[in-house]
Design a protein around this ligand. Structure first.
Ligand code: 3EB
Length: 325
């Protein structure tokens, strides 16, 4: 009973290997959409890859035959062990209330279906460093709504906050993906070199972001979107190569035996074990330099997807995520 992501070209019908079933797909393409495909699984399309050439699809597979449904702004699929939920919100003047409402609806759906343990979230925030109708940064507006949903549904603690990615898109509006497990209890982990995001000081926005630096489910380690932040501060502003190195150092420390054993997890990993790597780069022209740094760190044969989108702080030029399988 496992859940796994594979990457396929966009023109290819997502077929699962022997003994596996497609739970859901996430398409990194030109326009946002939330649909039930002709093959019966949900697909969330995110406007993140401009041309057909760079467009790709992430295919989540599981071992039992899933049930799936789409209703309005939420879609879900589950196989008895794992649940996928995707939400899609069109552009808003102010995001806080609609984000809170849709997140709460997703939490309630997960509870109703019996999947109590959310272990990974992705948040795709259009115009992420732009301003809403009240002059607040769209990311901070989103973060406030998500925080209120966690408070309303999960209580005031941070114990339920899973690994996450918060990242820009090439479009408008907000989409998210949640993954949850029915029985397996996830362990949410911090990086002792970074301030927990949920303890960021108020200077960044009215509510701190609700996520953990990594989540371990079984032997799989889901690494959150990670940036050049030490403590809570952005470092090496304007220098994409040094930001890339600090980001990689942050992940290296996060997954290290030193950091994991300090939190009671008997495991230790290296950057070369990381898979399903996505590298989000603010400026298209920086991609070659970031690629060179990443290839050295991850190994030349490892598949890495580069996406040209803004990161949640104006001064962050790169964000990196991955999974240690
Ligand atoms: C950071 O470390 C960079 O709001 O869900 C990374 C991962 C970031 C997730 C989120 C934001 C989020 O603060 C930004």
């Amino acid at each position: 009973m496992t859940i796994r992501a594979d990457i396929t070209p966009i023109g290819q019908i997502p077929v699962a290997q022997e003994g596996r079933h497609v739970l859901a797909t996430v398409t990194f393409a030109a326009a946002a959409a939330l649909t039930l495909t002709e093959h019966g699984h949900p697909d969330l399309a995110i406007p993140m890859a401009a041309g057909q050439e760079e467009a790709f699809r992430e295919v989540w597979t599981v071992t039992e035959r899933p049930r799936a449904a789409v209703h309005d702004d939420l879609a879900h699929a589950h196989d008895g062990t794992y649940l996928f939920i995707a939400g899609l919100l069109p552009e808003q003047d102010v995001y806080t209330s609609p984000v809170q409402a849709l997140y709460e609806k997703a939490f309630a759906l997960a509870d109703d279906l019996g999947y109590a343990h959310i272990f990974r979230m992705w948040n795709f925030v259009g115009d992420i460093i732009g301003s809403n109708a009240e002059g607040m940064e769209v990311y901070q507006d989103f973060v406030r709504g998500r925080a209120q949903a966690f408070e309303a549904h999960k209580g005031h603690g941070t114990a339920h906050m899973p690994a996450a990615t918060g990242i820009g898109t090439q479009g408008r509006g907000i989409a998210f993906v949640l993954l949850a497990s029915r029985h397996e209890v996830p362990r949410h982990l911090e990086n002792l070199k970074q301030t927990p995001a949920y303890h960021y000081p108020h200077q960044y926005g009215p509510k701190p972001p609700s996520f953990a630096r990594a989540t371990r489910l079984g032997d799989t380690l889901y690494v959150s979107g990670t940036a050049a932040i030490l403590g809570h501060e952005t470092v090496h502003k304007g220098d994409v190569e040094r930001q890339s190195r600090v980001t990689l150092d942050n992940i290296a420390h996060l997954i290290s035996r030193e950091n994991l054993t300090a939190q009671g997890v008997e495991a230790g990993h290296e950057l070369k074990e990381l898979r399903r790597i996505k590298v989000y780069v603010r400026h298209d022209s920086d991609i070659p330099a970031v690629r060179a740094t990443c290839e050295e760190a991850f190994g030349a044969g490892v598949e890495v997807k580069y996406l040209n989108v803004a990161v949640c702080r104006d001064d962050l030029l790169v964000e990196i995520e991955g999974i240690v399988p």
